[in-house]
Design a protein. Structure first.
Length: 132
C-alpha cells in the first residue's frame, strides 16, 4: 500500500499532565525521511526561546529549523521570498547557538571538489535564514 500521508512535524507541550499539540507543520516537497539523529536545540533566532533542528535523511543529511519566534510555531525558511524553501543542508548542526551546514564546492567537479562550511544567520525583520 502507498501512504498518502504528508510528512509533518508535530510540536507538543509536555508542561502539563497530558501532552498538548501546539502545532502541526507540514514539510514541503520533496519528501524526506526523518533521520535517527536526535533533535537538537539552541536559540538560533535570538528571541530568548529555544529553536529546534530536525534532521532528515536526504541522500546526505538535511534539516529544518522549527521556531516559535513571533509567537507562532513554524519552519524557518532559507529564502526571504519563498517560504517553502526550508531545507538546510548538507549535514546541518547546532553548536551553542550557531547553525552551520556544509556545501559541496564542485571545483573542478562535484565528485572531485571538497566541502565548505556555511554559517546560517537569522534575519529577524524577514523571519528567514541566510548563509555565508
Amino acid at each position: 500500500a502507498t501512504s498518502t500521508a504528508k510528512p509533518e512535524i508535530v510540536v507538543v507541550s509536555l508542561a502539563g499532565s497530558d501532552p498538548v499539540v501546539l502545532a502541526r507543520l507540514l514539510l514541503p516537497p520533496p519528501s524526506y525521511n526523518f533521520s535517527q539523529l536526535p533533535i537538537t536545540q539552541a536559540d538560533v533566532t535570538g528571541d530568548g526561546q529555544l529553536d529546534f533542528l530536525v534532521t532528515l535523511q536526504a541522500g546526505q543529511y538535511a534539516g529544518v529549523l522549527v521556531s516559535n519566534d513571533g509567537g507562532t510555531w513554524h519552519l524557518v525558511p532559507i529564502s526571504p521570498t519563498d517560504r517553502s524553501k526550508v531545507y538546510i543542508g548538507l549535514n546541518p548542526k547546532l553548536t551553542n547557538s550557531a547553525l552551520t551546514s556544509t556545501q559541496q564546492t564542485c571545483v573542478p567537479t562535484c565528485a572531485q571538489g571538497g566541502q565548505t562550511v556555511r554559517k546560517w544567520t537569522y534575519v529577524r525583520s524577514g523571519d528567514y535564514l541566510t548563509s555565508s
